[in-house]
Structure formats: C-alpha cells, structure tokens
Design a protein around this ligand. Structure first.
Ligand code: GLU
Length: 367
C-alpha cells in the first residue's frame, strides 16, 4: 500500500467513534487513535483534531421527543461539548484546547486570520487543538453542517498537508459494500469526478450528519488545495499500526498539486488585493532571499483602505510589485506602526495582535 508523507495533519473523528451507541460519550475507539496522535507528535509532526460528538454526548441529558427540536439539539451540544473534550483529554498527557467555529467565522477574513493565528500559537506551544462546529449558536443557514467539510476547512485554515477522516467505514468501495459483498476497497483515487461521487451512498448512521458524500466533498475541497485526504476506519485499531509503519489502510484521495503550489495559486489568483505597501531594501531581501515574515520596521508606505485578513500587494522602494500576502493589520493600524520595531506596536496601538505584519506562510513571492 502506498504511503503519504505529512508534517501537519487535521484528523477528523466522527460521531460514530465518539458515541458508538448514539448516546453519551465513549472511550471505546479513542485509545488507538490517541496513541497514534501521541506517537506522531513525538516524531515532530503536528496534529489538529476535528471532533464530532457533542450532540450525541449530551443527548440523554436534555429532555426531547422522537426528533429533538433545534433548541434541544443546541442544548445537547452545549452540555455534550465539555463531555467530549473531557473524554479526549483523559487520553493525553499534554493539554487539549477547544476551538468552536461557524461557517460565518471561516468566511469572514478577519476571523479567519484569528482562527489561523490561534491554531498556530497552540501548535507552537505543544497543545492539541480540538475543533468542532459551534452547534449551540448556529442555525442551518450559518452552519458548515457536517464535520467532514469542517475538517477540510480547518485543514485549509491551518495549512495542513493531510486531512485524515476517521469513521466506521474502511474507505471508498467500487460499489456499495452494504448491498454488494464483492465490493472492493479503492486504495487510492487520483481525481474526484462525478464517477467518484456516484460511488457514495447515503449515511445509515442515525447520529452522524455526514456520509460518504460529505467525505468526498471534503476530499475534493482539500485535494484541490494540495492536501492529501485519507479515509480510514477508526474502529479498527490495526489501521493505526499500519499508518505508523507508513501504510495507508484506507482510501487515499491524492492531492492535485503540492500544498505550496496550491497556496501560491490561491494567494496569487484567488484573492484580490485591497491595498499595497512599500518595503525597504532590508525587508525586500529578507522576503525574497530568506522567505521571512514581514515586520513593521521594514514597511515604508501604506496605501488603500484594507482590513485585517485582506490581501495586499507588496512593492519595493521603486514601486515594483515583488510579492503579495495577507495582512495581520488594518490599514489605519499599519500606517501608525510602519517603520517601527515590533516591540513598539503595543505602545503605539495599545495592543499587539501579531508581532509580524504578514506571516511568511501568507506571502507569495512574485518577483
Ligand atoms: N458538530 C456535530 C457534533 O459535534 C457533528 C456534525 C457531524 O456529525 O458531522 O455533534
């Protein structure tokens, strides 16, 4: 079986694994996954979890009829989320952090940058981020809806190079394995098209929101952005032993470009610049030769009216376009801190959301 190299993975764990009975929180399937995550971290890899299960975990604590009302489900999520977090924490001897997001948070540029910075900072401090949808506050219109697609969005926000979807199925089969005993597992998928979607049946799990279709959607979102996507069966502990020795025991959806290339393409063509900044010769050389982040001290000029999270053109002293990147600051803030040392930002603005103005991961060099 083919293996996939990765440095930062988003591992999505479905409700079927957190709450196999569909009610309450269980540790039954978490130990092998937790062991795998700990082992990967020991190898210097970074992991972010996207965990479902809050609604299922809190289900029995909220009185409800046959089909719970929205408010009842939201209350289940509120009480179940802490149970789900506590359930994970008992398997790790390093701290876990909770991040709850909505679709609105991920589509707002400023909040997107905040989520990105939070995840970066947690990883830098050796903490395991555990993300879920903020089910207690979202309505259908504002929801990502299923955690497979949420996993893909988190993989994008966190610049992961692998999305691993752990569920209770082995992967994608050439026919529906529930009605075809001769169905064969596909070890890899080179490209997702209609013929691949045609292989997805609906979900049969009464608790999980997603099925194979949402997994393929997630894989499509991730692979076009350069992120390999692997579907594995998290109920089978041998899967994780296989993964540790470099075998992909599941279905691998192959990325369509390298993450660097895909990100460069997205930064260059997917985002419209809302303003521009000029940098001095020192900053230009750090940017072009070392791939460094851009600091306030190197900025000589700011033009345009832009917000945190917007894309900017970066020009050299002669006004030539040398790079493009995503700003951590609003244009008004940047005008005040340009030419100043990072440690002065707090004095000037009264706060310091970031000690770099553009993070190196958010810059594409064009010159
Ligand atoms: N966010 C939901 C929960 O934690 C799960 C959504 C899904 O099953 O994909 O209960």
């Amino acid at each position: 079986m083919n293996s996939v190299d990765w440095h930062r993975a988003v591992i999505k764990v479905g409700s079927a694994l957190i709450s196999p009975e569909g009610d309450g929180c269980s540790g039954q399937f978490l130990l092998p996954m937790a062991r795998y995550i700990s082992e990967c971290r020991q190898q210097g890899k970074e992991v972010i979890l996207v965990s479902s299960g809050s609604v299922a975990a809190g289900r029995s604590l909220i009185a409800h009829g046959e089909l719970p009302l929205l408010a009842e489900k939201q209350a289940m999520a509120a009480v179940g989320q802490t149970m789900m977090m506590a359930n994970w924490q008992r398997f790790f001897d390093f701290p876990c952090a909770q991040i709850l997001v909505t679709h609105g948070d991920l589509s707002d540029r400023e909040r997107y940058i905040n989520i990105q910075n939070t995840i970066r900072t947690l990883l830098d401090n050796g903490i395991l981020p555990i993300v879920n949808e903020n089910d207690s506050v979202t309505t259908k219109e504002l929801k990502v809806g299923d955690n497979d697609n949420l996993g893909a969005l988190v993989a994008l926000v966190s610049s992961a190079d692998l999305l691993m979807i752990c569920s209770d199925v082995d992967g994608l089969f050439n026919k529906d394995p529930r009605s075809n005993p001769d169905a064969v597992l596909l070890p890899d998928v080179a490209k997702i098209d209609d013929s691949i979607y045609a292989l997805a049946g609906g979900t049969t799990n009464k608790i999980a929101t997603g099925g194979m279709r949402t997994k393929i959607e997630a894989a499509e979102k991730a692979t076009v952005q350069g992120i390999n996507t692997l579907i594995v069966n998290g109920t089978n502990s041998r899967v994780f032993d296989e993964l540790l020795i470099g075998n992909n025991a599941g279905t691998l959806f192959k990325r369509q470009a390298s993450p660097k290339k895909a990100r460069k393409h997205w930064l260059q063509h997917g985002l419209k610049s809302k303003g521009s900044i000029k940098v001095d010769a020192g900053a230009q050389s750090a940017l072009l030769k070392k791939g460094a982040s851009l600091l306030s001290i190197g900025i000589t000029d700011v033009s345009g009216d832009f917000n945190k999270g917007d894309a900017l053109d970066i020009q050299n002293t002669q006004g030539e376009l040398i790079a493009k990147g995503i700003s951590q600051y609003h244009s008004m803030e940047l005008s005040q801190i340009k030419g100043q040392q990072s440690k002065k930002i707090i004095e000037i603005l009264g706060y310091c959301p970031s000690d770099v103005v553009l993070h190196r991961d958010d810059i594409v060099v064009l010159a």
